[in-house]
Every structure is written in C-alpha cells, then in structure tokens.
Design a protein around this ligand. Structure first.
Ligand code: ADP
Ligand code: NI
Length: 219
C-alpha cells in the first residue's frame, strides 16, 4: 500500500484511540511527537516513513490506556497487519514501540536510528514549556499534589517504584524530566533539549522563590 495512505490511516487510527485522553497522551502529543520525529529523521538521514508511522502509533499501546501492555501491543500489531505492509516494516515499527518507553530509566538503550529518533521526539515533548504543562496535567489526572516539601526527592529508584510510587508534579522534575537532556540519542535532539532544559530550570527556580515568598529578597 502507498506510504502516504498508510500514514493517513495511522493518523486517523491514533486520533480515534487517543483523542480525548487527559493523561498527557492526547492526540496533540502524538501530532507534536510525529512532526518532531519527521524533522529529526530528515536531519539525521533516517527512514522518515518508519519514524513517522512509529511516532503516530507509539502511545496507542500505552499501559495507562489499555487493560495491559500486551493488550495494547496486540491492538497495534492487529492494526498494522491489516495495512498490507511489508513484514519488515511491521517488525521495525513494533520493535520501536516496544522499546522506547522510559520505565524509570531501566529499559535497555535503543539501537536502530529510527528507534532513537522516535524516543528523542517523545522525550523532547516531555521537557520545556510543553513538558511542564504535561506534567501538571498528568499529575492532576493521577490525583497528585503540585508539590509536597516533605516528600524526599526520588532521583534513583527501581522500575517498580517509578511506576507505583507516590510522587508530585514538582518531584517528577528530579525523578525524570531534568535527566532527559543527557539521555537524548541524536545530536539534533541534544541541541533542541538545551533550551528546553533551561526553561524548566528557570521555572523551578521561580516556583521555589514563590513557594518561600522570596521574591522581595531578589535584587
Ligand atoms: P510518554 O511515554 O509519552 O513520554 P509518560 O506516559 O511517561 O509519557 O507520561 C506522560 C506525561 O506525564 C509526560 O509528560 C510525563 O513527564 C508526565 N508524567 C509521567 N509520570 C508522572 C508523574 N509521576 N508525575 C507527574 N508527571 C508525570
Ligand atoms: Ni508519548
């Protein structure tokens, strides 16, 4: 089947699956990650079609949105099987989707350049101004506090603790977001991450100043 047709169908499928999700995986997250994946793929000389298709489908299988990860993966592979794609393409896309998630930093590093690109695009959407917005949206969805000064930061933790532990929106910066800059795979993503990282640092600085009412002490 023609590549553009598959992309259009994938867009329709992802939008229908994720459209009104409020855990930070709504359609516009997919749209941003897909546009970033296409940009990174062209700059890095990777396969644009594979990156675009995997980016469109990357959250359809998410555990938070399905009875289980296996059920989510089956949904994606059934959909791919119906598209008359080459088996190698299906295999590559499933491989990317299965390998890119963060899991508290405990997943093995991804190998193919296409997987690296989709992972970078997804991670870039977790940092910067948009990353800040998504973190608070996700926290509200999960019923977490904005901040709890008595909760000690959990910088290092097991995959299980990362998945099930108590957290806050502000704690999530130490747990994950501030680490992402150094985990980018491609040079292009590393460059984009610099500015986005700085925006988060400035935000946290201002947040803590306001929390302690220190603005008047500032020069
Ligand atoms: P993705 O796989 O799309 O990168 P996740 O499923 O890990 O994203 O999370 C969705 C969004 O919610 C991301 O922006 C992420 O940083 C944020 N998030 C994930 N876990 C937490 C948490 N415990 N507290 C606050 N925000 C979180
Ligand atoms: Ni995502």
């Amino acid at each position: 089947m023609e590549q553009q047709h598959v992309i259009d169908e994938a867009r329709r499928f992802a939008r229908e699956q994720l459209g009104d999700d409020s855990s930070g995986h709504d359609w516009w997250h997919i749209d941003r990650v897909t546009r970033m994946a296409v940009l990174l793929a062209s700059k890095e000389g990777a396969d644009v079609f594979i990156c675009e298709l995997a980016a469109l489908l990357h959250d359809v299988a998410d555990e938070k949105l399905n009875p289980s990860l296996a059920a989510g993966m089956a949904k994606v592979s059934d959909w791919l099987a119906a598209q008359e794609l080459e088996p190698a393409v299906v295999h590559q896309v499933m491989d990317i989707i299965g390998s890119i998630s963060y899991k508290g930093g405990h997943n093995p590093p991804v190998v193919s350049i296409e997987a690296q690109i989709v992972q970078d695009a997804d991670r870039l959407d977790a940092i910067g101004a948009i990353g800040i917005a998504r973190t608070f949206a996700y926290s509200g969805w999960k019923g977490q506090l904005i901040h709890d000064p008595e909760l000690s930061p959990r910088k290092e933790m097991t995959a299980e603790a990362y998945r099930s532990g108590k957290s806050t929106a502000i704690a999530h910066f130490d747990e994950k977001l501030l680490k992402l800059k150094n985990l980018m795979n491609t040079d292009t993503a590393k460059q984009i991450a610099e500015d986005r990282h700085r925006v988060m640092e400035q935000f946290l600085e201002q947040f803590h100043q306001e929390w302690h009412g220190l603005e008047l002490d500032r020069d």
